[in-house]
Design a protein around this ligand. Structure first.
Ligand SMILES: Cc1ncc(COP(=O)(O)O)c(C=O)c1O
Length: 375
């Protein structure tokens, strides 16, 4: 099935009793166990609503199985702690979501896990491999600078050394990029973003092989970060329109990136769909669309960042991303605030950098709002 058909139909069940065409919301947290093939319980990731959505996402990412979590960070921390423990080593791409970066620096040492941050270049991943490396973790396109990592090169390196790989695929969504097809073992999403798509829920997802999902589920049941039935229902409904939302966001973001790139008051634009982006060729190869996220820096001699952001009226300065509405944020004071100023400098996240999550509005209205604020 094509992506839009999977969005609508995969995993969705009908209501046998009333013949309603949507998956019913099963509120029970208690399920009978006599003669049941397995014990069903929300924290075991196997209730009917969890399974319906996990099946839809597995179909979209072309994996065997999936798990749903109460946040993207619950998904990320569970995957990492399921695969690495005391005495193990993990290789992390340096350009990643600030919360993940902080999770690594704040928690790994306490649990005896060694880590190495590396650039997006495959040679750096190779040089960092040690005999105790248990996981290679990437994020592409990355938050907030849209760094593109060559997924296939990293996954084949890892396979040749027998090391599992995980990717944060949040920025791309399963519509724009399917890393399992490129050899990555574990796909992670902050479902709070494109999967939810309406800025009204918080959740995470992990998609992988049956074997790895069983391993992650065992730790996940101990950590207890599973998702409730009401959120599953909202997510399932949202996913039905994921394809058409993301397609529109791709179109709007590309138009906006081109417009900003030509604007005399904008000094830099980061968008993998621009031919000048250093990751453009790889993005063309590994992505189906370039996504709805872009970042830019203002020419601060002409425009004061604070005045600019206060001058917007349609676009809201707000946290998070991936919703139907266009929002803007300065990563230095939001998504990457927990990273030290020195480390942000190394990463290239300037105080005047803005990250735009482009929505599904008419693009002329988004452009008019930005042009007005720049003027
Ligand atoms: C790329 C990326 N990964 C993971 C997360 C964490 O997700 P959550 O906030 O749902 O825990 C975020 C949140 O902003 C993100 O942008």
């Amino acid at each position: 099935m094509g992506k839009n058909t999977q969005c609508v139909h995969s995993g969705t069940t009908s209501d046998r009793v009333t013949r309603g065409i949507n998956t019913p919301i099963y509120t029970s947290s208690s399920f009978e166990y006599l003669d049941a093939p397995e014990n069903v319980y929300p924290r075991y990731y196997n209730t009917p609503n969890q399974q319906a959505v996990a099946k839809k996402l597995s179909a979209l990412e072309n994996t065997e199985s999936g798990l749903l979590f109460s946040s993207g960070m619950a998904a990320i921390s569970t995957v990492i702690f399921a695969l690495a423990g005391q005495g193990d080593h993990v290789i992390m791409q340096r350009d990643i979501y600030g919360g993940t970066h902080h999770f690594v620096t704040a928690e790994f040492e306490r649990f005896g896990i060694e880590f190495t941050f590396v650039s997006n270049q495959v040679e750096d991943f190779e040089a960092a491999i040690k005999s105790n490396t248990q996981l290679i973790y990437i994020e592409t396109p990355s938050n907030p600078l849209l760094v593109i990592t060559d997924i296939e090169s990293v996954s084949s390196l890892a396979k040749s050394r027998n090391i599992p790989t995980a990717i944060d695929n949040t920025f791309a969504s399963p519509i724009n990029q399917n890393p399992h097809d490129l050899g990555i073992d574990i796909i992670i999403h902050s479902g709070t973003k494109y999967l939810g798509g309406h800025s009204d829920l918080c959740c995470g997802a992990v998609l992988s092989t049956g074997e790895l999902i069983d391993r992650i589920k065992t730790s996940g049941a101990n950590f207890g970060g599973s998702m409730n039935a009401a959120t599953c229902h909202l997510l399932e409904r949202s996913l039905k329109t994921l394809g058409i939302r993301v397609e529109k966001q791709n179109q709007n973001a590309l138009s906006l990136a081109r417009h900003l790139d030509d604007h005399p008051r904008v000094s830099k634009v980061f968008y993998p769909g621009l031919a000048v982006h250093p990751g453009f060729d790889i993005a063309v190869r590994q992505m189906h669309g370039f996504g709805g996220m872009l970042s830019f820096e203002l020419d601060e001699a002409q425009v004061h960042p604070d005045q600019f952001v206060r001058g917007l009226s349609l676009i809201t300065p707000a946290l998070s991303l991936g919703g139907v509405e266009t929002i803007i944020c300065a990563p230095a004071v939001t998504s990457h605030v927990k990273i030290s100023a020195a480390e942000r400098k190394v990463l290239g996240i300037a105080d005047g950098l803005f990250r735009l999550s482009v929505g599904i509005e008419d693009v002329d209205d988004i452009i008019a709002d930005i042009d007005g604020a720049l003027a």
